[in-house]
Design a protein around this ligand. Structure first.
Ligand code: 5FU
Length: 266
């Protein structure tokens, strides 16, 4: 049976959201008619910025792995943040924090990358327990940032299932929607009477079902319509063909939005 939350519009969900980053994301989705997040997993600053400019009209969010950038300086982060305002998207640093609260607070706020200062959204594993949520919150909450928890993963053989997934959802409930706004998950993991969590979903592709290294792809229709997820994350499916980056982004934006509109009719 369809999940009750999934038939609400992004706009109506934005209106009542207590976290400013989640509100901005949902408002952007509605305004630009896109639930597409592009994952820009390339290792040179100039290439990242080039891809971001090309996909910007079609995305609500850009996802980074800032620790893969070979020529990183903080200028890259500042330029991404400037582009986020100019070209209207949210920045998600896919850091997957996984340590005790005190350490993740430092990893999030300090070091070379100073993630909390430029990334609106980041994520954490729940392996360490709820201290990771409060540790990250000490740095991120005052800045209006948001956190999502890894409740499930897209890769074959991963251990985030069953009781682990349920415990991740329970930790999000206890943290409060003003900081923990949802999950990385493959389907709606929340219950009908839960807060309005976002489900953000990698492992999305229109052309292939895997990458030979454990990644498992589903189509935007499977992810958004069938599984009730809110945001599709697409990486190589969009940036792999350097001559068709904008065209591929448009193709995924259209497929994702169509799946959402069909979901509203369920
Ligand atoms: F949490 C997860 C997960 O479960 N699967 C993922 O693939 C994150 N990812 C990220 O999404 C991964 O690190 C890549 O950055 C991106 C998927 O990229 P692809 O090129 O579309 O496979």
């Amino acid at each position: 049976a369809p999940h009750p939350v999934t038939t609400k519009t992004y706009a109506s969900r934005a209106a009542s959201h207590p976290n400013s980053t989640a509100r901005r994301l949902l408002e952007t989705m509605e305004r630009k008619k896109t639930n597409l997040c592009v994952s820009v997993d390339v290792t040179k600053s100039a290439e990242i910025l080039d891809i971001v400019r090309q996909v910007a009209p079609y995305v609500c969010m850009v996802k980074t792995h800032i620790d893969i950038v070979e020529d990183f300086t903080i200028d890259l982060a500042h330029e991404l943040r400037r582009l986020a305002d100019e070209l209207d998207f949210v920045i998600f640093e896919d850091r997957k924090f996984a340590d005790i609260g005190n350490t993740v607070e430092l990893q999030y706020s300090s070091g070379v990358h100073k993630i909390a200062s430029w990334s609106h959204l980041t994520n954490a594993h729940v392996v360490p327990g709820p201290g990771i949520i409060t540790g990250l919150g000490a740095a991120g909450k005052p800045l209006g940032n948001a956190l999502i928890l890894l409740a499930e993963m897209s890769s074959a053989g991963n251990l985030a299932s069953g009781e682990y997934t349920e415990k991740a959802v329970q930790m999000a409930r206890e943290a409060g929607l003003d900081w923990v706004v949802g999950f990385i998950a493959m389907h709606r993991v929340d219950k009908a009477d839960d807060p309005d969590f976002l489900v953000i979903t990698p492992g999305v592709g229109l052309d292939v079902r895997g990458d030979g290294r454990g990644q498992q792809y589903r189509t935007p229709h499977e992810v958004v319509h069938d599984s009730g997820c809110d945001v599709i994350i697409v990486g190589r499916g969009i940036y792999k063909n350097k001559d068709a980056v904008a065209a591929e982004a448009k193709r995924y934006q259209e497929a994702g939005w169509k799946a959402y509109e069909e979901r509203l009719q369920r």
